[in-house]
Design a protein around this ligand. Sequence first.
Ligand code: CAA
Length: 391
Amino acid sequence: MANDSAIGIHDLSLATTEFVLPHTVLAEYNGTDVGKYHVGIGQRSMSVPAADEDIVTMGAAAAAPIIARHGGDGIRTIIFATESSIDQAKSAGIYVHSLLGLPAATRVVELKQACYAATAALQFAIGLVRRDPAQRVLVIASDVSRYDVDSPGEATQGAAAVAMLVGTDPALVRVEDPSGVFTADVMDFWRPNYRETALVDGQESIGAYLLAVEGSWKDYTEQGGRSLEEFAAFCYHQPFTKMAYKAHRQLLNYCGHDIDEERITRHLGLTTAYNNVIGNSYTASVYLALAALLDQADDLTGRAVGFLSYGSGSVAEFFAGTVAPGYREHLRTAANREAIDRRKEVGHARYRELHGHSFPPDGGDHLVPAETTGPFRLAALRGHKRVYEAR
Ligand code: CAA
């Protein structure tokens, strides 16, 4: 059941990395038939961060155009969602708050629950706006997905950030009640504090995701949600884009619907365009799917879009949004494409070098070579402190 409170996503902006590794290069290196990547998992390339890029530089780059368009007034909360955190105590959002010159009268916090955290951030933001409709909340989802080299997960790496301004009378998407939520204690994907790369049981993770699709949909319908036929499109979390198709087939089966591949492609096809060239951006991925959908679809005004957010471990949420009238005037289609197209291709050896990059934990003064041409960079690690600079 939709509600009329009209709170949701007022603006959405994305950023990704300086470099990109095509799957053809990875396939050539490891002797895999590239069809496994292009068709089997539905990925064509992956974003690779330069040494002077991280979740903060991407998050700030995604959020800066939102501040440029709307100003910072009224933003009293920043929620930074990530599972590739750079500090165990300080929120990455505080660095972004500083880089963007936002007012001191702001609360800033970091949220974690694997790839699900951005959706928690969006829902918490809606709660804050419902309490004080004059407020706007800046939600930033930013992640670098990193698995061991030569592991099955390697081909599903990626990195990106999405920033969303949440407020009343949103220009893009009105987020509806109810939500369907689901939690199960599973070890499908995790990253202990002492590891740089995630650990994953690939097949278990796919099974856990599919179980969470059923669980969150079941709760969504029990809470009085829309029926499946009402949706014009579905934005799934896309660890690799084929996963969205697996998830949707699972949902159709669960609901006793026929598997009509043409209809499935109509509902999902446009949502994969950014994720299949960026790779897994963890908590940003479901909102990259939304950006790709809005940027490419024929007029979706008034249509319902289903969102399925999954975070390993695991938590999932299914909710609906209605596309706002006039949304096309507020899209950032050209900038989104530019963020993706500007990436420079790297060879396999350079990718490996970047993958292996880490700072010595000695508290010394470590300058980072200037590589990114983006608006923000990580300039140094000095006395265990990260030093960022704006260009
Ligand atoms: N041409 C076309 N297709 C091919 C092919 C070829 N030459 N060779 C293989 N394929 C197909 C396979 O048939 C398979 O398709 P189906 O799944 O439809 O059967 C697909 O390509 C993948 O092949 P494998 O299953 O053999 O691949 P794999 O075991 O080497 O790795 C993976 C796949 C498990 C997804 C691995 O990439 C991985 O571990 N990824 C990280 C974990 C992950 O992304 N999990 C998703 C759910 S968890 C989640 O969503 C949270 C998160 O973000 C991590």
